[in-house]
Design a protein around this ligand. Structure first.
Ligand SMILES: C=C(O[C@@H]1C=C(C(=O)O)C=C[C@H]1O)C(=O)O
Length: 248
């Protein structure tokens, strides 16, 4: 038997439409082993070769040998993404310290770019411990991503949406994560993988039916906040982000 292709996916709600399609595809499921974890862990797995494909934070693409984006689907946003924010009790100008979510690799860097170039501020950045959300207080703010960010909306006085702010600064959409392989894969497999992703998007009603999430409207999240197609405009946003990241 051929060895299975190891695929790592982000374990947040936003990935559910993509995984729905993959799981529906029996032939694909015979060829892959699916591993779910938070983004920073998926990034480590792809970097050290424990997986062959990962829905990885785009910020780590430059650190991967032979990195290839293999899919037309991504975790992106054309405006407010709702699940990536700078959460603060004070207005952004008054923030002195920003704690950076340990689960993130892209958004923490996006936050550094936006604070420097959009808000023109220079706060201290601190790596997060596991209980960092409880430390948001006074002039200490935090970047939170994923489901924990959705759950924390309305809990702080201010939530600056990082994808919305990126759009305001650059006029471009933003890509948080993309399907990246660290080795060449057969074209037939890549085609099947893409079709499976597309299937999930086409069956969005069925995806939503499976989810019981009371804290945010998942239909709005999947159809108006997250934008899954890796369009030429998104690739422009991605190129600009990687260029800015290189100069940080
Ligand atoms: C929009 C999101 O994008 C995520 C943000 C990531 C990051 O900051 O490194 C990585 C993967 C994405 O799933 C989110 O999870 O809320």
């Amino acid at each position: 038997m051929l060895e299975q292709i190891k695929v790592g996916a982000v374990s947040y709600l936003n990935t559910r439409p993509l995984l729905y399609g993959i799981r529906q595809s029996a032939i694909l499921m015979q060829q892959i082993e699916l591993i779910e974890d938070y983004p920073a862990n998926i990034a480590n797995m792809l970097m050290d070769g424990r997986i062959d494909i990962g829905l990885v934070p785009v910020a780590i693409i430059p650190k991967i040998n032979n990195a290839q984006i293999i899919s037309d689907f991504c975790i992106g946003a054309e405006g407010n993404v709702a699940s990536v924010g700078l959460f603060s009790d004070v207005p952004v100008e008054e923030i002195e310290e920003v704690i950076l979510d340990y689960q993130s690799r892209t958004s923490v860097n996006l936050a550094r770019i936006l604070l420097q170039q959009y808000w023109k501020l220079n706060p201290i950045f601190t790596p997060a411990g596991t209980d960092f959300i409880a430390q948001i207080k006074g002039t200490t703010a935090a970047i939170i991503i994923g489901d924990r960010a959705l759950a924390h909306r309305n809990k702080t006085r201010y939530m600056y949406d990082l994808a919305g702010s990126w759009k305001a600064m650059t006029g471009l959409p933003f890509v948080f994560a993309a399907w990246v392989a660290n080795k060449p894969l057969p074209d037939t497999f890549i085609e099947a993988f893409n079709s499976a992703n597309a299937l999930g998007m086409a069956e969005i009603d069925a995806v939503i039916k499976e989810i019981n999430y009371p804290l945010y409207d998942v239909r709005t999240y999947f159809t108006q906040n997250i934008s899954y197609r890796l369009t030429p405009e998104k690739l422009k946003g991605l190129d600009l982000f990687l260029e800015m990241l290189g100069k940080l």
